[in-house]
Structure formats: structure tokens, C-alpha cells
Design a protein around this ligand. Sequence first.
Ligand SMILES: Cc1cc2nc3c(=O)[nH]c(=O)nc-3n(C[C@H](O)[C@H](O)[C@H](O)COP(=O)(O)O)c2cc1C
Length: 192
Amino acid sequence: MTKIGIIIGSTRPGRLGPQVAGWVHDAAARRSDAEFAVVDLAEFRLPLFDQAVPPAMGGTGGPEAQAWARTVDAFDGFVFVTPEYNNQLPAALKNAIDFVCAGWADKAAGIVSYGGAGGTGSAAQLRQLCGLLGLADVPGQVSLHLATDFADFAVFAPSRSRARALDALLDHVVAWASALQPVRSARTASVA
Ligand SMILES: Cc1cc2nc3c(=O)[nH]c(=O)nc-3n(C[C@H](O)[C@H](O)[C@H](O)COP(=O)(O)O)c2cc1C
């Protein structure tokens, strides 16, 4: 069965990310075409990128980095739940992405962004990264606004239209993650 990781892209105390990821997971749990799991970056306690040998050249890093790489490897696709900090991707998410190289390739990704302006700047940066990593980002996007999708900017309360957009995003992520399976298999076979 296709496995999709829902990655919480923020790590700070009091973050809104887990509420949004929980909403994604609830919608995903109603489906039978893939397995979904929430992946909380905060639990990995990754250091600031510290590998003398980059992942692209075989560097594995310390135990935290290795646990993170194993987790990424276990999934066929991802939903990035990302806020926006100063119109950019959160540093914690960029850092975590840098710790892995081949583990992202030939998989699918969807983006659920949130922020004062919907997190669209963060999402655009993430798409650029996906291109570099060979991670196929699906065209749809769920963009959530602090003023309209969160009560008092703190409690997640998305509108119905957001749920429809999320379902469409999940359809696409599962379809692409499954369709890319032969590509991943061929790559693994050529390395072995
Ligand atoms: C340092 C910082 C910078 C921010 N900059 C932006 C921004 O440029 N655009 C935006 O839409 N929201 C911005 N926000 C609002 C965040 O998107 C919002 O606080 C969100 O809840 C952060 O996600 P988190 O709670 O999961 O950490 C910023 C928040 C912080 C803490």
C-alpha cells in the first residue's frame, strides 16, 4: 500500500502546525487508497545541518539524522504542512530537507501552507526545492489564512471549501506517489 507522510514543518512551542496536520490526517484517514502518518519534525530534534560529507555523497550524519532519513525513506509521498516565516520556508523544515537527498527522489508531494497571507511565499520556495530534489509536487495547493481559517488566529477552523481542496490534493498525491513506484523500483534495482 502506498504510504504518505504528513510532515509538520514547524517545531516551535505553541505552533499551529499540529492542528493543521491533524486536520489533514483526519481527511486522509477516511481514505482506503493509501496509508497516512503524521511526521512531527520536532520529535527528531535534528541539529543545524552538520554533516561533513553531504547526503548526496553518502554522508549519514548522527543518530538523529539517520532516524530522520529512515523515516523519509519509509514513505512514497508526503504532504508538507508548512507555515511561512518572513515570507520564507521555516528554517527547521529547510534544515530537515537538507539532511536527506535520495530519500526524496521520485516521490510525490502536496503542500498545505498557512500564515497571515496563506503561506504562499513558503509554498513557492518549497516547490523550487522539490524540483531540485526530484520530488514531484502536485499542482493543487491548500492555502490557509490566519484571519479566516483560525478562530482568534489560534484555533484551526477551516471552511468547507478548504476540505474540498484538501481532498483534491490528497487524490493527486496518492495518484502520483503510486504512479512513480516503478521509477523508484528501477532506480533501486540499478543501484543494487
Ligand atoms: C518569525 C515569524 C515570521 C512570520 N512571517 C510571516 C510571513 O512572512 N507571512 C505570513 O503569512 N505569516 C508569517 N508569520 C505568521 C506565521 O505564519 C504564523 O504565526 C503561523 O502560526 C506560524 O506557524 P507555526 O505556528 O506552526 O509556527 C510569521 C510568524 C513568525 C513567528
